[in-house]
Design a protein around this ligand. Structure first.
Ligand SMILES: [Mg+2]
Length: 260
């Protein structure tokens, strides 16, 4: 039996582990199904900044994974709850798409234009234009608290890399010299501690599973959890040579937990 099957809880990344955008990764889906069958607690953690938990849940269901909204922690949701904890009903200007806006509204935050904002919330937007960037720039200059959903520079899509939230973070930095005051998504402890809280387990009883060293493995190490890197996503075996941080375990796919 693989030593990680002794763990009670699994914090699992979505993109590159159980799916690639809208396409399921069969070996990942099988792995999750088996973990659930043997009674493991599973929470899905995604840095995706354009999708709400509701949208991610629909995607998981389309892959054949049975989950509920409470089993999903997205960077959009974690950002909204982080701000709501800091300032109830805060006024927020966001660059984000409807997926992020939906989570901010669900957390009882008020979406406002940049002039009235107490927070600037940066998340990806596939319809980003000059006007939205201008308002984000002005919001940034007003000196309000600046929160980014996630630090991803690029996002791997089926036909190659596309800009991540880094497109806006980078542009704002170049224009204003400001970096976010807080970044919520992986590898930040903020989103990982929320996942741990959701599982209601001690860190030694969980493993963090993902396909990227700098994102998932570092996120696991930041909370002191053991980590499993799977090779179904962006990381290839040869990338491990010379990596600064190494996972505790490496498997070809999540399903290989049951065959090693
Ligand atoms: Mg991933």
């Amino acid at each position: 039996m693989h030593p990680l099957l002794k763990k009670k809880g699994f914090i699992i990344d979505i993109d590159g582990v159980i799916g690639k955008s809208v396409e399921p990764i069969e070996e990942g889906v099988k792995g999750v199904q088996k973990l659930l069958e043997i009674g493991k607690r599973v929470v899905f953690v995604s840095n995706n900044s354009t999708r709400s938990r509701r949208i991610l849940l629909e995607r998981l269901k389309s892959f054949g994974v049975s989950a509920e909204e409470k089993d999903i922690i997205s960077a959009t949701h974690a950002t909204a709850s982080f701000i709501a904890k800091e300032k109830k009903g805060a006024k927020v200007f966001t660059t984000g798409e409807t997926g992020l806006q939906e989570e901010l509204i669900n957390a009882n935050l008020k979406l406002v234009d940049y002039r009235d904002a107490e927070y600037l919330v940066v998340g990806s937007n596939r319809n980003l234009d000059y006007d939205l960037m201008t308002r984000a720039l002005r919001c940034c200059f007003l000196g309000v608290r600046y929160i980014a959903t996630n630090p991803d520079k690029i996002f791997p899509s089926e036909d190659g890399p596309t800009p991540g939230t880094g497109l806006i973070i980078g542009a704002l930095y170049w224009m204003t010299g400001r970096m976010p005051d807080v970044i919520v998504g992986k590898p930040s402890k903020i989103i990982m501690l929320e996942a741990l809280e959701r599982l209601n387990l001690k860190v030694e009883d969980v493993v963090v599973v993902g396909d990227q060293i700098e994102v998932d493995v570092v996120a696991g190490k930041n909370i002191g959890a053991e980590t499993l890197l799977v090779l179904t996503g962006v990381t290839k075996k040869e990338d491990l040579n010379g990596a600064k941080v190494l996972p505790d375990y490496v498997l070809q796919s999540l399903n290989d937990l049951f065959f090693s």
